[in-house]
Design a protein around this ligand. Structure first.
Ligand SMILES: [Zn+2]
Length: 169
């Protein structure tokens, strides 16, 4: 027998995976048996692209499932999304572990690399190794790369990891 998680815990997990918009999407799925991405977009006023992005992310964590049905008139496939029915305690713990693993490996990556950037909006941060290869010039805009302090990112990741431990342990 499985223990079902409360709406509150489910919301927290969903929020962690996809933010406020994901919580709104899940609340629509809770009310309907299944919905297409367009229906969800219409009901939430979240842009279709964004709805899809969030659905795929939720799918990635097995929080939603997807059913593919062929439209009899057009012959096209229609994708119906529904909440993963198996929202058992163990399942949520699994998701928590997956989220923690991702955050921890991200933290590990931040701690074990030095980053460089040109500080221009739209340009990306690169690692020291990559910066060396381009002689410390930004590959996109050509500006000189400077050492990039990632202590804020590290701090945020640590906080997030701690809060997951706190909320679910
Ligand atoms: Zn640049």
């Amino acid at each position: 027998m499985s223990l079902f998680v409360s709406d509150e815990v489910l919301s927290k997990v969903v929020n962690m995976v996809g933010g406020e918009d994901a919580v709104r999407i899940v609340s629509i799925l809770k009310k309907t048996d299944k919905s297409t991405d367009e229906e969800i977009s219409n009901k939430t006023d979240i842009r279709l692209n964004e709805v899809r992005k969030i659905l795929y992310r939720l799918y990635d964590y097995s929080l939603v499932t997807c059913e593919r049905l062929r439209d009899e008139k057009t012959g096209w496939f229609i994708f119906y999304w529904k909440l993963q029915p198996d929202q058992a305690e163990g399942f949520i713990h699994n998701q928590k572990r997956k989220i923690l693993e991702k955050l921890e490996s991200r933290l590990d990556y931040e701690l074990s690399h030095n980053f460089y950037s040109c500080l221009t909006e739209g340009c990306e941060r690169v690692t020291f190794e990559d910066a060396m290869e381009t002689f410390f010039r930004c590959q996109k805009c050509g500006k000189l790369l400077q050492h990039n302090d990632n202590s804020k990112i590290v701090e945020r990741l640590k906080e997030k990891i701690a809060s997951i431990h706190q909320e679910f342990d």
